[in-house]
Write a protein that binds this ligand. Structure first.
Ligand code: ADP
Ligand code: ADP
Length: 231
């Protein structure tokens, strides 16, 4: 579903480039829940953002759902990204829009007709258990509720892949468990391939089918995860 081929990304001025992602090759099969773990600054978030080309690679190829994203222009890329959802540590909801308004916004931008937008909003708010919050504003929600709304917003575009950047790092352990359960349901019910950046091994052990370790911009190993713990 996702194939990175010798992908590199550096930042900074020409005389002082910093190699954040160093020639990473990685293959993620459809239906997997793939964790990416490593220390702060290892390049995990940059690697995730390369998967939907929010960061353009300096070199290498990014292929998602059989499509080479590195060759696409901006307009085609925007369209291709609709099949790649993303959620973030700090949720990134729009504060002056209601829960419902947050979910329908990307659908408006994608040109989905109004009736269909509202149908999907209702469907995915029910899925994350927050239909009763449709008219609330993000500030009225708990952290876990905000992340559920962000998941519903990502799902509304019916993505094949969901990229998760430290999705539980701002949450306490009980709330974290709930969000990980939602992500597992997303994977099981819709067959969405999930990629999750985290610095917490217990999060990996809880839901991931595979894990890659990142260190200093390089992927040092990728392994299946055998045991799923419940804590
Ligand atoms: P991680 O997610 O593992 O904490 P990141 O991918 O966020 O690591 O960052 C890897 C390195 O790249 C860090 O040293 C960070 O400062 C640097 N970096 C990331 N994004 C940028 C950027 N837009 N401009 C400059 N440096 C960046
Ligand atoms: P418009 O384009 O007129 O703004 P939207 O398609 O953006 O309409 O509708 C989204 C807004 O309408 C959100 O604020 C959402 O909370 C509200 N809304 C839409 N459908 C319903 C519904 N069935 N029940 C309650 N609120 C709804």
């Amino acid at each position: 579903m996702i194939s990175l081929q010798q992908v590199s990304k550096s930042f900074g001025p020409p005389n002082n480039r910093f190699l954040a992602v160093d020639s990473v090759t990685l293959s993620i099969e459809e239906g997997n829940i793939h964790g990416i773990i490593g220390a702060s600054g290892a390049g995990k978030s940059t690697l995730l953002r390369l998967m939907n080309v929010l960061e353009r690679p300096d070199s290498g190829r990014v292929i998602v759902d059989k499509r080479d994203l590195t060759g696409l222009g901006n307009r085609q890329l925007r369209e291709a990204r609709r099949s790649i959802g993303m959620i973030f540590q700090h949720f990134n909801l729009i504060s002056n829009r209601t829960v419902g308004g947050n979910i329908v916004l990307p659908l408006e931008l994608a040109g989905v007709p109004k009736k269909e937008r509202l149908n999907r909003m209702e469907e995915y708010l029910h899925f994350v258990g927050l239909w009763d919050k449709v008219d609330q504003y993000p500030a009225q929600l708990s952290g876990g509720q905000k992340q559920r709304v962000a998941i519903a917003r990502a799902l509304a575009n019916r993505p094949r892949v969901l990229l998760c950047d430290e999705p539980t790092s701002a949450l306490d352990s009980v709330t974290t468990s709930g969000i990980l359960d939602v992500l597992r349901h997303v994977n099981e019910r819709f067959g969405v391939t999930v990629v999750m950046v985290t610095h917490e091994m217990n999060v990996v052990n809880r839901i991931c089918s595979h894990v890659s370790v990142m260190d200093n911009g390089q992927l040092t190993e990728t392994n299946p995860v055998e045991v799923h713990t419940n804590d």
